[in-house]
Design a protein around this ligand. Structure first.
Ligand code: SF4
Length: 440
């Protein structure tokens, strides 16, 4: 039996698709990249923006001929859309056999392989499982590896923050944490299979706590697992950067010198309206500590332009913080109200053109800063984790520095994915560093 998984959205969904793949393969199924050949298609969806939902539904509608050709084909809609819309998805698109929310994946083998009770479920309600389950943390899970040398491990799910523009708490539920033992078991298994780099995942990953084990302690534990050389994490919340955590980030050489810390806005008025639960000074205290100890510490961020009520002065404050922090790069979004969130209930105060104009100004500023930050790397010798041959030129290879910068180099001899290489940074081209093997 063949299965095909289509994944949309964030790293958490990529990890969950790895868990789904392991479940399908434990039932003897084999993965296929060709949905037309599959007996089971699982679509792991994202609800962060309307566009993400529309894209997934458009994709599912293309599976119609496959179902005509193979009436036994089963289509499962999983992920955040499942919780966001529930059984209405089956009514809207009868092509979909089951709607399974992120807390019910454990039931999928039972549903698809055989428990006749599930197979006999006729009405859409019976084929929909989306309620939050506060206990389900997939603690015994092992996600199919994302790559042979680098993989994700989910340690926390859900979110208690309720930022006014965000749909995540509505579709992923309250925060819950995976037991330390389960995390370390999955990390050990991955290391035994050759993984060298682990990325710990959570919607507010640094809020992690399991008994007495804080996120800082967990990082230390993971760094003691033999074979693990690099540790990354995403996505942290500024509120949970404790002094203990900062000490580990700066003191443990296996924890990469890079953090993605969402800023969203540089104005305290906007942060309050977004319900980000911190002020700009809290944010700057973190970045000053990290960059104070290591000027090349990689800092990336998320910023929303044109939020409801954002004045020119609020936006200027965002530009000011961007100039002050000097982020290595940033995801910069134009605010769009997300149905079901608090801020979507408020009428917008800026036109699309005004929002776009602010976005343009922010992108121009950040592009200048990214170039300047990359130029600071020239002359350094960096240890990079080699990922793959360059798509543009197969004689060149691509890898990442500890502070999360992409490097392209021409290897002296043979090289393979997952290898370490010391690269002298000679130049930058666009957003990419270029270098030569240090021995040369
Ligand atoms: S912290 Fe805020 S933005 Fe992040 S997932 Fe939670 S509610 Fe959403």
């Amino acid at each position: 039996m063949l299965y095909h998984i289509a994944t949309y959205g964030c790293q958490m969904n990529e990890y969950d698709s790895g868990v789904l793949a392991t479940m399908m393969e434990s039932e003897g199924c084999v993965a296929t990249d060709d949905p037309s050949a599959a007996d089971f298609i699982l679509v792991n969806t994202c609800s962060v923006r309307q566009k993400a939902e529309d894209t997934a539904l458009a994709r599912i509608s293309k599976f119609k001929p496959f179902k005509r050709a193979n009436p036994n084909l089963k289509i499962v809609l999983a992920g955040c859309m499942a919780k966001n819309h529930g059984e209405s998805l089956i009514q809207k698109m009868p092509l979909i056999d089951y709607v399974i929310g992120p807390d019910h994946y454990r039931k999928i083998p039972d549903i698809l392989f055989g428990n006749p009770v599930h197979a006999s479920r006729k009405n859409s309600a019976a084929r929909t499982m989306v309620e939050f389950d506060s206990l389900e943390m997939y603690k015994d899970a092992s996600a199919k590896l994302a790559s042979p040398f680098s993989t994700y491990v989910a340690i926390q799910r859900g979110c208690n923050k309720h930022c006014s523009y965000c749909i995540v708490p509505h579709v992923r539920g309250p925060e819950k944490y995976r037991e330390e033992a389960g995390v370390l078991r999955e990390v050990r298994e991955a290391a035994e299979r050759g993984v060298r780099e682990i990325t710990l995942l959570g919607q507010t990953v640094n809020a992690y706590r399991s008994g007495d084990t804080s996120f800082a302690k967990l990082l230390e534990q993971v760094s003691l697992v033999p074979g693990i050389e690099r540790i990354r994490f995403t996505s942290p919340h500024p509120r949970h950067y404790t002094p203990e955590l900062i000490d580990v980030l700066l003191g443990n050489p296996k924890v990469c010198a890079h953090a993605h810390i969402p800023l969203q806005s540089g104005s305290n008025v906007m942060l309050k309206k977004m319900r980000r639960q911190h002020q700009i000074d809290d944010f700057l205290r973190i970045t000053e500590k990290l960059r104070g100890a290591n000027p090349l510490y990689g800092l990336t961020t998320d910023i929303i332009c044109g939020f409801v009520g954002e004045t020119e002065s609020d936006f200027e404050q965002t530009l000011e913080v961007v100039r002050e922090v000097q982020f290595d790069s940033a995801f910069m979004f134009i605010y769009s109200p997300r149905e079901g969130t608090e801020s979507a209930r408020e009428p917008e105060t800026l036109s699309e053109e005004e929002k776009k104009e602010r976005h343009r100004r922010l992108v121009d500023l950040q592009n200048e800063i990214t170039l300047a930050r990359n130029r600071m790397m020239i002359g350094n010798t960096e240890c990079i984790l080699v990922e793959r041959p360059s798509t543009r030129n197969p004689e060149e290879w691509v890898g990442k520095t500890g502070n999360f910068k992409k490097v392209i180099f021409r290897p002296a001899g043979s090289v393979s994915p997952g290898a370490w290489a010391n690269i002298h940074i000679d130049d930058i081209r666009g957003w990419t560093l270029r270098g030569t093997p240090a021995e040369e």
